[in-house]
Design a binder for this molecule. Structure first.
Ligand SMILES: Nc1ncnc2c1ncn2[C@@H]1O[C@H](COP(=O)(O)OP(=O)(O)OP(=O)(O)O)[C@@H](O)[C@H]1O
Ligand SMILES: [Mg+2]
Length: 330
């Protein structure tokens, strides 16, 4: 059956219209596709650039972190070297102290010996020139007896100093464990430090239990005590007025407690948290390295296997407490 021509024409028009609409849609979507492709290309190249830059930064980061690792390694080596140097410097300070202390009895002995020699010469020439008067002989014998007694006691004193220093020095260089009486050992250390104390009219007293002893590393204790006293002398008395420093020794079951005080300027709270950190110092411009208390902390906690605590108040002074086990495993 055929359509009437009017209907046919209408249908054709309708079809043509739909084709136009479809063509327009196709056109639009083609444009969209082209636009999308362009955007994608831009995004892709952007992404590629970002990836490239990321790869580059990763490379730089890897080099940087290798550099940092090296720097940390160098710093650790440097710190070990500095700690060693600081220990040697402390020993050097002790040597200077003892040399100064020994100088007095040795100097006195030299003077006495030269007097004795002069008197002996006088006696010999008197003897050569005729019979010897009794009074001259008595005078000589009196001087000889007195000088030889004083020479002996002064040389004994020098001998004791050398002996005590030898022990402290050996303990510091060869770190060996042995049993020692804490109070008398601190007294020996105080002798080595006395020239530094006298210089600024400070007094150092050692009190407490004579019988407290440790089977531990005396060298480590000597180093810690030296660092604490040196710090008081360096930091606690800015006006150089005579200070009172004190060590006190007491016993607890299985432990010896060594307390140390100075009555100097003290430290504010903000500093107290940092004093055991390596390289922390408030005296960099005076040559402080900030290693003294770091070394002391390590020696107490690792070598002596004990604890160290600090309390301080501005204007009141500073107190360190060491709690050390009576005996440690090597
Ligand atoms: N007895 C004290 N009184 C007041 N301040 C102190 C005392 N002891 C330590 N300090 C403070 O703690 C800081 C750290 O002490 P530490 O011994 O570690 O270093 P340092 O003495 O400055 O330098 P170094 O001991 O290496 O020569 C000091 O710079 C000082 O500010
Ligand atoms: Mg110090």
């Amino acid at each position: 059956m055929s359509c009437p021509p009017d209907d046919y024409e209408r249908e054709l028009k309708q079809l043509a219209k739909e084709i136009r609409v479809l063509t327009k849609k196709l056109d639009r979507s083609e444009k969209d596709r082209i636009r999308l492709e362009a955007t994608n290309r831009t995004k892709e190249s952007l992404l590629k650039r970002v990836i490239f830059e990321l790869q580059e930064s990763q490379g730089i980061l890897e080099t940087k972190s290798a550099d940092l690792e090296q720097a940390v390694m160098n710093l650790t080596t440097m710190q070990t070297e500095l700690v060693k140097a600081e220990k040697m410097a402390a020993l050097g300070g002790l040597v200077a102290g003892v040399a100064h202390e020994i100088n007095t009895p040795v100097g006195v002995s030299i003077t006495l010996a030269s007097t004795l020699m002069d008197e002996t010469q006088r006696l010999l020439s008197a003897l050569a020139s005729g019979p010897l008067r009794r009074s001259l002989l008595e005078h000589y014998l009196q001087i000889a007896e007195e000088s030889s007694r004083l020479i002996l006691s002064n040389l004994n004193r020098a001998g004791e100093l050398v002996q005590s220093f030898k022990q402290v020095a050996v303990d510091q260089t060869i770190s060996e464990k042995r049993r020692f009486a804490v109070k008398s050992y601190l007294e020996e250390i105080a002798i080595s430090l006395s020239p530094h104390l006298k210089h600024a009219a400070h007094t150092l007293t050692i009190t407490g239990d004579d019988s407290a002893s440790l089977d531990n590393y005396p060298g480590a204790l000597a180093q810690v005590a030296t660092n604490l006293v040196t710090n008081s002398l360096t930091h606690a008395y800015p006006t150089q007025t005579g200070g009172h420093l004190q060590f006190d020794v007491s016993q607890r079951p299985g432990q010896v407690v060594v307390q140390y005080w100075d009555d100097g300027c003290g430290m504010p709270e903000s500093i107290l948290d940092k004093i055991f950190d390596p390289f922390f110092t408030t005296a960099r411009d005076q040559g402080g390295s900030g290693l003294g208390l770091h070394i002391a902390y390590n020696l107490v906690t690792q070598k002596l296997q004990g604890q160290i605590d600090v309390r301080s108040e501005v204007g009141q002074g500073t107190q360190f407490t060491l709690v050390i086990p009576c005996s440690v495993d090597p």
